[in-house]
Design a protein around this ligand. Structure first.
Ligand SMILES: [Zn+2]
Length: 409
């Protein structure tokens, strides 16, 4: 079945989501003021997209189970009879947890060992939801702020010096720098994550008080970690008046601001947290997350430390490689997915003569006419479709349109 099908994504109403961008994109009213955090355009069981076929709706998951041939031989051989990627639109209004994801090897090991112990897959303290890795690439649709990887050893020292409330931490850090230890970042971070709650509160209480004053008068810019710490103090107070040690991470990870069209790749082990903005995100089909704070979800420090890469990271901002006019690929090392941005101007067409893998496309600006064989349909902004492996299709726009495509490289 070498065809294309209109699809509709599944909305996830997580509390951190914005209330306008996604409802507007999907053309729905948000009259009860719900947070719309994510649209999932995939076959994941927690929110499969709906596919339109012969005038009826069927979930993409069921459709792929009934018609695995649309995945193509190559994908089935490499990943099994399932879509290897999960494609999303995210609208981050409140910062997400600090997290990292396992390698494929670690995920297989962890998943089957948890299966053996009998922890239900839905349990609060279950770490491995599946046996897959979860590398992620994303492209910003608005100015997008995130934390990504450890700062350099020198930059961490600088930032600790800039915060008077961290005097004790700075002294401890400087002692580590002078020590002959294998991995200084590991020692420092482990200590932060295992510090007593009493000490965490003692350090963060005065910082919270000072920042809340500054924050109220709007003195702090977003390029300062103080801004995000102030937000976290406002939004993430733990029950019982305790402070969240995830706040330390805001200072020791790189604070990155992506402009529209810029992207970044998060491979296994890279600590990260999304802070604010709208993006397109493409990841391996997995839900394996280890969290290190700024969340009410399960935090497992032991697992987090085991799977985190304790290396200084210089954020590699992806601007995309232009492969034809208006078409940019955001290349990564992940074998599971590839993200492409297609810009169409003035009746310019995008021709796909044979999809090399199962593809998912979504219109993020303008309107697009999709032609495939005898079929033709119009997609407005927010409209999406699934193209079977081997299908041919053409996209035409009469104005300026922006389309994002997920595929397997
Ligand atoms: Zn992540």
């Amino acid at each position: 079945m070498k065809k294309v099908f209109p699809i509709k994504g599944a909305v996830q109403n997580y509390a951190w989501g914005g209330k306008e961008f996604i409802p507007k994109l999907m053309g729905v009213q948000n009259s009860d003021d719900q947070p719309f955090a994510e649209i999932w355009l995939g076959a994941h069981q927690r929110g499969p997209a709906m596919l339109r076929m012969d005038g009826k709706d069927i979930s993409l998951k069921d459709f792929l189970e009934k018609n695995p041939n649309v995945l193509g031989e190559k994908v089935i051989k490499q990943f099994g009879k399932t879509l290897p990627y999960l494609f999303k639109v995210l609208d981050v209004n409140q910062m997400l947890s600090i997290q990292t994801h396992p390698t494929k090897e670690a995920a297989v090991k962890g998943y089957y060992s948890e299966e053996k112990t009998g922890i239900p897959i839905t349990a609060f303290d279950r770490n491995y939801k599946d046996d897959n890795h979860k590398p992620e690439v994303m492209v910003a649709l608005t100015e997008f702020w995130l934390l990504h990887g450890f700062k350099s050893l020198e930059a961490i020292e600088e930032v600790l010096k800039s915060v008077p409330e961290f005097k004790m931490l700075l002294e401890y850090y400087q002692r580590i720098l002078q020590k002959e230890v294998d991995n200084k970042l590991f020692h420092f971070y482990k200590n932060l994550m295992e510090m007593s709650q009493k000490m965490v509160d003692e350090i963060l209480q005065p910082l919270a008080e000072r920042l809340s004053l500054d924050f109220v008068v709007g003195k702090i810019s977003k390029s300062s970690p103080d801004y995000w710490a102030a937000l976290a103090f406002r939004d993430n107070m733990l029950e019982g008046g305790h402070f969240d040690r995830g706040i330390f991470s805001i200072y020791i990870f790189n604070l990155v601001c992506l402009q529209r069209g810029e992207g970044i790749f998060q491979d296994a082990g890279i600590p990260h947290a999304y802070l604010e903005g709208v993006n397109m995100e493409l990841m391996a089909n997995s839900d394996n997350v280890f969290r290190g704070g700024l969340t009410v979800k399960h935090v497992d420090v032991k697992e987090l430390l085991e799977h985190m890469v304790f290396e200084q990271v210089t954020p590699n901002i992806l601007t995309g490689t232009e492969i034809e006019r208006g078409v940019k690929v955001y290349k990564t090392s992940a074998p599971d997915f590839e993200l492409t941005r297609i810009l169409l101007k003035d009746f310019q067409a995008y021709n796909c003569t044979e999809a090399k893998s199962p593809e998912t496309l979504i219109v993020m600006q303008g309107e697009v006419i999709v032609q495939s064989g005898k079929e033709e349909f119009r997609l407005e902004r927010g409209g999406a479709f699934f193209a079977s492996s081997g299908s041919e299709y053409t996209l035409v726009s009469d104005g300026t349109s922006e389309v994002f495509k997920a595929a397997v490289p």
